[in-house]
Design a protein around this ligand. Structure first.
Ligand code: CP
Length: 306
């Protein structure tokens, strides 16, 4: 077991100060990319990406990021490894972590990434599990701050499924001090209760319109996350009133921004006039995965060698 390795499996694995430093570094790294400046901070370093689910943004942003930092990346689909033929996660972690400097994993159960991390000598980054999506949420907050300044004291509205994104927003709200309005159909409210949060900055709303009032950021995700496809038809019916549409934008603050981690389904969780409208910053949000994760890669490699 490697008790001392610092991993990033959920938002709360980083402190307030660490997050601020990562945002500052992300700003600089983004500026450098725009100026065509590429410093080789991770030259000869190797990132291994292990995927159990599909991905476009996560894979690309980590691979491109590593390349821009002068390092290498190797993508492994877990179904192509011996894990698929019965090798234990613990043994795979012991072996894979000896071959690289850092690992990103995307798994179904969060318990799987935790088991891997326990036996890995290299730091692990969570690139999404059923329970958390910390890289996405911190990249989203970085994006929000680029557009609207410090998130402290602001009101963020999470509309739709109480999923991994929502759980990571909840953790971030506690560390960074913003209000989080969560609205989902009442029959899904138990998912919020199961997160067992004890935070008075998180409030549940049965009415999605009310949850958007005075909001600085309205954000959502697909109604059916990867791994829950068998619930799709039932969810389409339950979430009907939870589409982020123009009415919800209109009750929010005048300068509200809209975010979606993507991929999106226009006409389901978001209307086309919102995601393609003036409040939407979804493309900047997607790009910022690259800049934030470069800062994260550098930081985790550095602190684990200190
Ligand atoms: N938002 C996100 O994680 O995108 P991918 O599933 O394409 O990686």
């Amino acid at each position: 077991m490697n008790k001392n390795t610092r991993h990033f499996l959920r938002v709360r694995d980083l402190s307030y100060n660490e997050i601020q430093k990562l945002f500052e570094r992300s700003t600089l790294l983004k500026k450098q990319v725009k100026e065509n400046v590429f410093k080789q901070e991770l030259q000869n370093r190797t990132l291994i990406l292990l995927f159990e689910k599909h991905s476009t943004r996560t894979r690309l942003s980590f691979e491109v990021g590593m390349q821009q930092l002068g390092g290498n990346s190797i993508v492994l689909q877990m179904r192509d490894t011996q894990i698929d033929r019965g090798e234990t996660i613990e043994d795979a972690a012991r072996v894979i972590s000896r071959m690289c400097d850092i690992i990103m994993m995307r798994t179904f159960e969060h318990s799987k990434i935790e088991a891997f991390a326990k036996h890995s000598t290299a730091p692990i980054i969570n690139g999404l599990t059923n329970e958390h999506h910390p890289c996405q949420v911190l990249s989203d907050i970085f994006t929000f701050q680029e557009h609207r300044g410090n998130i402290l004291g602001k009101t963020i509205s999470w509309i739709g499924d109480i999923n991994n994104m929502c759980a990571s927003w909840i953790e971030a709200s506690n560390i960074l001090g913003f209000k989080l309005h969560v609205s989902s159909p009442p029959e899904y409210k138990h998912l919020l209760e199961e997160l067992n949060i004890n935070q008075n900055n998180v409030e549940y709303f049965a009415d999605p319109l009310e949850a958007c009032m005075q909001s600085d950021l309205i954000t959502t995700d697909v109604w059916t996350s990867m791994g829950f496809e068998q619930e799709k038809n039932e969810r389409l019916k339950s979430f009907e009133r939870w589409t982020v549409d123009k009415r919800k934008i209109d009750v929010a603050n005048k300068d509200v921004v809209f975010m979606h981690c993507l991929p999106a389904h226009r006409g389901e969780e978001v209307s086309a006039d919102v995601i393609d409208g003036p409040q939407s910053v979804v493309w900047q949000e997607a790009e910022n995965r690259l800049h934030f994760q470069k800062a994260l890669l550098e930081y985790l490699i550095k602190i684990n060698e200190a």
